[in-house]
Design a protein around this ligand. Structure first.
Ligand code: HEM
Length: 473
């Protein structure tokens, strides 16, 4: 029998609705006193933002803007999630049914392609120490500004007894993200508009934008329609959160684009074009599949049109005229490259809901002059799915890092690596074809990496009833 749809009041808000945010902090913690923590957890529940509340917040912001207000509405969201080691610490040892989650991200670092060194036969990724030690959980708090976030954190810390001394748990790392300023709002640090394409969720996002794919609830929520795995009853309406701490080498990226500028245009235009070919969208968000030769900012900002493409033009299947096979958005959501095959290969179970936010300062004049990163910046990448092994892990390993993906392309045009996030075991093999549409068989050699992983963890974000009952114990 098909499970009924989820009740929005039972699901944490960042999973299926998403927080409205200018700023967001992730507070990673270790549990010291499991019994005390379990006792306090139900008291945190009234402070947790449900999907129903997140949806109300979105409506309130729309109304506020429509009424012509220029100031930001004071709005914030709070969610909590636990790693496998955190669940173990709490005595929750049922098998939840996801191999990647169970093993944790540290054990997966080499598989994901993260750089590191092998010492005494053991792989050590180049991660920050916090993620090389146990992280039991994360509190995610978003808001219109930092003081709203801090207020909300103080409240949660008091309830959970989050404290460096004699508490139930203590903070091991705090990462603060914020939207970029001015016209760059909504753009990630390489300059491209982000957060355009997320799947619509059945019976929740009932008015999808043209081209937006609707997926069953069970692709994101455990135990709902579309989740084929047997789960413990407390896992219903939870979701897995894959968190990645990704640094971006922005001046180095810009410098590469200038040096490899696509010929036949001014150097600046050729550099812009190469960047767009790597991402699969122009900085404005306009997709190459609809705007293959020239940026179209109006298309970029129009949600009725900017996701309405499938790589389904006749020339898309076997040529890179419109969009390179390896472009970031094509690698991570290949659309008709799989679904247009005969017979079609479904991509439904590969969909993730992305909720990241940039971190770090804008480029300084010195960084621009020296073409070198001097201050850390990047993306606090977050995505939700009902199965990390089929979702994030699969996209990174079997698509972004796999030079022959998407399949069945001309033999002289091996797609290559996702130039933004694809990682190659042998950096000299990190190439892509089709960077220049007029020389599609030429392989462009890419630097080892522009997106540098410094760690992360896999978490489980439980339902509200499960938090209320402290995992039914
Ligand atoms: C889309 C940038 C990491 C998966 C996008 C877009 C940009 C972007 C600019 C286009 C906007 C949109 O369609 O919403 C970046 C940057 C990253 C990063 C700068 C690292 C710093 C990742 C990672 C994954 C990923 C690690 C998964 C392994 C996706 C997916 C889409 C996307 C699934 C939507 C594709 C579509 O539906 O057309 N990204 N991304 N991204 N990215 Fe990333």
């Amino acid at each position: 029998t098909t499970p009924p749809p989820a009740d929005l009041k039972n699901v944490q808000g960042d999973i299926i609705v998403g927080f409205s945010k200018r700023t967001e902090s992730s507070i990673f913690f270790q549990i010291d006193n499991a019994e005390g923590f379990r006792k306090q957890l139900p008291l945190l529940v009234p402070k947790i933002t449900t999907a129903a509340q997140a949806a109300d917040d979105k409506d309130a912001i729309k109304k506020h803007k429509r009424a012509g207000h220029k100031d930001l509405l004071k709005i914030s969201g709070l969610n909590i999630a636990f790693s496998q080691s955190g669940l173990n610490k709490l005595g929750v040892t049922d098998d939840i049914g996801d191999a990647a989650f169970k093993q944790g991200q540290l054990a997966n670092a080499q598989g994901l392609g993260d750089k590191g060194s092998t010492i005494g036969g053991k792989f050590e990724p180049n991660w920050i120490p916090a993620f090389k030690n146990a992280v039991h959980g994360v509190i995610v708090i978003s808001g219109d500004c930092q003081s709203t976030v801090d207020e909300r954190l103080a409240d949660a810390a008091r309830i959970l007894k989050l404290s460096a001394h004699n508490g139930n748990c203590h903070e091991v790392l705090r990462l603060d993200g914020s939207a970029r300023p001015g016209d760059e709002k909504g753009h990630e640090h390489f300059g491209f508009l982000d957060g355009i394409s997320n799947p619509a969720i059945e019976k929740i996002d009932t008015k999808p934008f043209p081209g937006q794919k609707t997926i069953r609830q069970g692709i994101v929520l455990l135990g709902r329609n579309g989740d084929p795995t047997k789960r413990p009853s407390w896992a219903l309406d939870g979701s897995f959160l894959a968190f990645r701490y990704l640094f971006q080498l922005v001046p180095e990226f810009d410098d590469f684009l200038m040096h490899n500028s696509i010929p036949g245009l001014t150097p600046k235009e050729g550099a812009e074009f190469l960047g767009a070919r790597m991402v699969g969208r122009w900085k404005s968000g306009a997709p190459l599949d609809l705007a293959p030769l020239k940026d179209d900012p109006e298309l970029g900002r129009d949600p009725q049109r900017n996701n309405n493409f499938q790589y389904s033009f006749p020339e898309d299947i076997q040529t890179q005229d419109r969009c390179p096979f390896a472009a970031h958005v094509r690698k991570t959501n290949p659309r008709f490259d799989l679904e247009g095959l005969n017979p079609p290969i479904s991509t439904e179970s590969r969909h993730i809901v992305r909720r990241g936010i940039p971190f770090g300062p804008e480029l300084s004049r010195q960084e621009k002059q020296q073409k070198t990163t001097l201050q850390g910046r990047g993306l606090l990448f977050k995505c939700y799915q009902s199965d990390i092994t089929k979702g994030f892990q699969f996209i990174q390993e079997a698509w972004a890092n796999a030079p022959n993906f998407p399949p069945f392309k001309p033999a002289d045009q091996v797609p290559g690596f996702d130039p933004i996030v694809g990682q190659a075991a042998d950096p000299t093999s990190r190439t892509m074809s089709g960077a220049d549409p007029k020389a599609a068989t030429t392989n462009l050699q890419l630097p080892t990496e522009w997106v540098v992983s410094k760690g992360g963890e896999y978490f489980f974000s439980p339902s509200i009833p499960t938090l209320k009952s402290a995992f039914g114990r």
